[in-house]
Design a protein around this ligand. Structure first.
Ligand SMILES: [Fe+2]
Length: 242
C-alpha cells in the first residue's frame, strides 16, 4: 500500500519525537502492509513553522536510519498545510512541497481546523484551483462542522476539493460520529483515497492493513484496492522515492 499522510519525521510536529520513534513507526507501517510512505509534517503558522528545508533535513535523517535498519519502506516527502492566508505567498514563492499530481494538477494536502470550516475557505480553494492546484482535504470525517452537517462535504466537493479518509476512522480509533461519516462517504463514493495520518505507536499508529480488510469486506476488493493502493500510487507516480 501507498500511504500519503504520515507524521513520521522526527522532531518537526506532534508526530515522531526522535529517530528511534521514526524507526519504530516505519517497522509498524511495514507490518500493516505499507510499502511506500509520503512524510507529511504539519505546516501551520505559529504552531509548526516548518519549511521545505526543515522537512528535507529531517527526511534525509529518517531515510538514512530506515536504510541502516534495512526496513523495506520507500520514502518521499510533502507537507500537510493548514488552511491559512500565508498559503498564497508560499505557493507564489514555490516553497510548498506537493503530494504529487493528478490530471496535470499539483496535489496539495490542505488541512482544515477540526472545529469548523473557516470563512473564506471557498475563496482560497478557488484561488488554488485557478493556479492549477488540486486541494485534497485530509480527514473530513473528523471535522465537527461536517459531522453536524454532511452536506458541507458536497459543498467542498463542488468547490473542487477531493478527500482523504483516515484509516483509523473505520477501525474505531476516533469518535462514532467520525466512523459514521467515513462509511457514508465511502458509500457515496466521496473518498478519493485512504491514508494513515500516522503520529505515534501508542494512540495513532498506522491502521492501513486493518482498515483495508474492513473496507474490502464492505465495499469489495476492487474499490478497496483503488483507495489504498492504485489512487495513491497514481498521484505519486512521478515522485522520487528513497
Ligand atoms: Fe496529519
Amino acid at each position: 500500500m501507498v500511504d500519503l499522510h504520515s507524521h513520521i519525521l522526527p522532531g518537526l510536529d506532534d508526530g515522531a519525537r526522535t529517530i528511534d520513534e521514526t524507526i519504530a513507526l516505519a517497522k509498524q507501517s511495514v507490518q500493516e502492509g505499507v510499502t511506500h510512505m509520503v512524510c507529511t509534517p504539519h505546516v501551520h503558522p505559529s504552531v509548526f513553522d516548518n519549511t521545505e528545508s526543515t522537512i528535507q533535513e529531517a527526511f534525509e535523517a529518517a531515510v538514512d536510519a530506515i536504510h541502516q535498519h534495512n526496513i523495506p519502506l520507500k520514502m518521499a516527502y510533502a507537507a500537510e498545510v493548514r488552511l491559512s492566508i500565508e498559503i498564497i505567498e508560499w505557493i507564489q514563492a514555490k516553497s510548498i512541497p506537493f503530494l504529487g499530481s493528478l490530471d496535470n494538477k499539483k496535489v496539495l494536502l490542505l488541512e482544515l481546523p477540526h472545529s469548523h470550516i473557516p470563512a473564506g475557505t471557498d475563496n482560497l480553494v478557488n484561488w488554488l484551483t485557478n493556479q492549477g492546484i488540486q486541494p485534497v482535504i485530509p480527514h473530513p470525517e473528523r471535522n465537527r462542522e461536517i459531522m453536524a452537517n454532511y452536506e458541507k462535504v458536497r459543498w467542498l466537493k463542488n468547490l473542487g476539493c477531493l478527500f482523504q479518509m483516515t484509516a483509523g476512522a473505520v477501525t474505531g480509533r476516533f469518535r462514532k460520529e467520525s466512523e459514521d461519516i467515513a462509511w457514508r462517504m465511502l458509500e457515496d463514493d466521496l473518498v478519493t483515497y485512504v491514508a494513515s495520518d500516522l503520529h505515534n505507536l501508542h494512540k495513532r499508529p498506522n491502521d492501513m492493513g486493518t482498515a483495508y480488510k474492513k473496507v474490502k469486506e464492505v465495499i469489495g476488493q476492487t474499490k478497496a484496492q483503488m483507495l489504498f493502493q492504485n489512487v495513491p500510487a497514481h498521484i505519486t507516480q512521478s515522485k522520487a522515492w528513497y
